[in-house]
Design a binder for this molecule. Sequence first.
Ligand code: HBI
Ligand code: FE
Length: 297
Amino acid sequence: MNAATPRRVEHQLTDKGYVPVYTTAVVEQPWARYTPTDHEVWATLFARQREVLVGRASEEFLRTQAAMGMTPDRIPRFDDLNRQLRRATGWELVGVEGLLPELTFFDHLAHRRFPVTWWIRRPEQLDYLSEPDLFHDLFGHVPLLMNPVFADYMQHYGLGGVKAHGIGPAALVNLTRLYWYTVEFGLIRENGGLRIYGSGIVSSKSESIHCLESAAPNRIGFDLERIMRTRYRIDTYQKTYFVIDSYEQLIEATAPDFAPIYARLARQDSIPAGAVLDTDTVYQRGSGEGWLEDGDV
Ligand code: HBI
Ligand code: FE
């Protein structure tokens, strides 16, 4: 049994069919209405992920998550986390119904507000969910907002997103790819190895293992414009993971004005999700085992 309130969802017909677009309203976290099942889902996912992430996740991710007091006991209160976040980097969490229109999402990030879905998945959805729920957002995205460099990157991303929205759809596609291959599915070099910092990976047990240990995917050094040209996967493991040397590299790479970059990219083809270029810094050239031919976005 899930927390009571039905989620207000409209479905919009797009080229990808009917996609849920939630109301843009900010909602209070209905903490008192979470059921024992909701807390159990949180506890199960939290314990399972913390176990699989030791030695696999970025030290900074594990450190910040522990520092802000996230535990498996129960779903954290946004108010408690906000006290820590405001003090550390000036960020705050706002409750939302789910996926937001892009401009609304960018505007939140531009003002150091991270939108967190207030509801958590059901027990039968433990292993896969097609949209971000509370576990993905809170466990996956929030800890690194305690890190000042990553916190700045996320705000810069939001400011860039608002600008890109004004430039046009091609710029938005380029920028969404950057978010996808860093914030959601990024790897970082640490202690002589590769570690995970992407939220889409840390909230998934199987991908936490796959992205580092499978022979299938490419692992390629971060290159801003290369990433902004590269298509990605929504419904399967990534074919390619990009590796940063440090969180500072994200800030340095995104400091310049993007307008000339968008103009240059507009004259270049997109790169297929599984491609490896001669100019790439290759940590692993993937075997491609299990890749589906179609479906890159
Ligand atoms: N809305 N709530 C929410 N969370 C996201 O991560 C999110 C979103 N809307 C759009 C979006 N992400 C992506 O398209 C970003 O690349 C903008
Ligand atoms: Fe996410």
